[in-house]
Design a protein around this ligand. Structure first.
Ligand code: MG
Length: 386
């Protein structure tokens, strides 16, 4: 068989209690974007054709594994882990039939940023290497380092150290021997490369991927979820008529015009609500508050904004920042910008520094330029709540 077409087994040790994570359930079951971290990691391998088996080692008391979306996938096998990572990976590799799937990959459950191409590059290097029985990705240290010596912290040269990542790829029979030796000796290791070296197998380092981070602390997961940003746009236009003032951004503005509208005509909140709903993948405000419904006659637009915010909260989303542009000849917007920002900050539970309200005219062009209309453009960025 062509070396490059060999099918591989992936082992994911997920039996850890995650003491450093500081949460009530193991970290692999926390949400990373729309799925658990474990689902995210496992799904990467499910979609790679060269991976034909995925063996997940879990704590024997782990009931959550059966709730995972991948559990019925034919590639998946779940085994009981052991008292250490080394024992868990050893249990997992024993679930592989003898002389079947000669390449084994070990990957951390909580490295959900692994890129398929990075994995395939490492596998390709492993297949090219004739004499090595294992390959592991490494990255340079970026922080300064100190070594604990008795009660002192002693400066060391970081250039003498490298950080080791997963996936690590091994010859299955060599890894089986190495893990058995480690388990028999009662040794618990933080990665499998060390077990291979301890048993005298040659392993080779390869450049890792700095974005292939390991989630260890809750902070790491917060960071992950801030990467899940969603953007939405809202636009609204209304006619103006002679009148005695209007409501913009929840503020009463004195002027000699009013907005023609079915509701209270707060065009700022309409455009803003549509931007928020858009970012949340929801419908527009006309869907939730049709202007054919007499109940919405003179409706306060605060209710529209509250509805949008509650729909977002239901999806675990909150605004990160918003940017509004109001286009009209009259009234002059700039005297009201700071009060409007404060009002919106209060309504959206945001800082005023995350809200921008700008105004412009059309230089006399068109209906708006003649003072017969007003428009608002809004953009909203949402972030996912943990
Ligand atoms: Mg409107």
């Amino acid at each position: 068989m062509d070396q490059n077409n060999k099918q591989v087994a992936v082992i994911i040790p997920a039996a850890g209690k995650a003491m450093r994570f500081g949460a009530s359930k193991p970290k692999q079951y926390h949400l990373f974007q729309a799925t658990t971290m474990l689902e995210h990691t496992v799904n990467i391998f499910i979609s790679i054709p060269v991976v034909s088996r995925i063996i997940i080692a879990v704590d024997p008391d782990d009931n959550l594994i059966h709730t995972q979306s991948f559990i019925t996938n034919p590639k998946i096998t779940v085994v009981n882990g052991g008292s250490s990572r080394t024992a868990s990976v050893f249990h997992a590799i024993q679930a592989l039939e003898p002389n079947h799937l000669s390449i084994s990959v070990v990957h951390d459950a909580c490295r959900p940023w692994l890129k398929e191409q990075h994995f395939l590059d490492i596998l390709h290097e492993f297949n090219l290497s004739k004499e090595c029985k294992g390959i592991y990705p490494v990255i340079e240290m970026v922080d300064s380092l100190r070594e604990k010596r008795n009660n002192d912290l002693v400066a060391v040269n970081r250039e003498n150290f490298m950080q080791i990542q997963t996936p690590q790829i091994f010859d299955t029979s060599s890894l089986t021997v190495a893990l058995k030796n480690a388990v028999d000796a009662g040794i618990s290791l933080t990665d499998e490369t060390q077990a291979m070296e301890d048993s005298g197998f040659k392993v080779q380092a390869i450049p890792g991927d700095r974005s292939n981070l390991k989630v260890t602390y809750m902070h790491d997961l917060n960071l992950a979820n801030t990467m899940n940003l969603r953007i939405g746009r809202g636009i609204d236009f209304h006619k103006l008529q002679p009148g005695n003032g209007m409501i913009l951004g929840g503020l009463s503005i004195e002027c000699e015009l009013s907005i023609v509208a079915h509701s209270d005509g707060d065009i700022v909140l309409h455009a803003l609500a549509d931007a928020l709903l858009g970012a949340g993948g929801l419908n527009d405000i006309g869907f939730y508050f049709p202007d054919t419904d007499s109940q919405n006659q003179d409706l306060s637009s605060l209710i529209i904004l509250e509805k949008a915010m509650s729909l977002l909260a239901h999806k675990g989303l909150q605004p990160s920042n918003i940017d509004l542009v109001i286009i009209c000849e009259q009234p002059k917007i700039s005297p009201h910008v700071e009060a409007m920002k404060a009002k919106l900050a209060n309504l959206l539970a945001m800082d005023t520094g995350d809200i921008s309200i700008k105004a412009t005219t059309t230089e006399g062009m068109g209906i708006i330029g003649k003072g017969n209309g007003i428009a608002v453009y809004a953009i909203a960025l949402l972030k996912k709540l943990i």
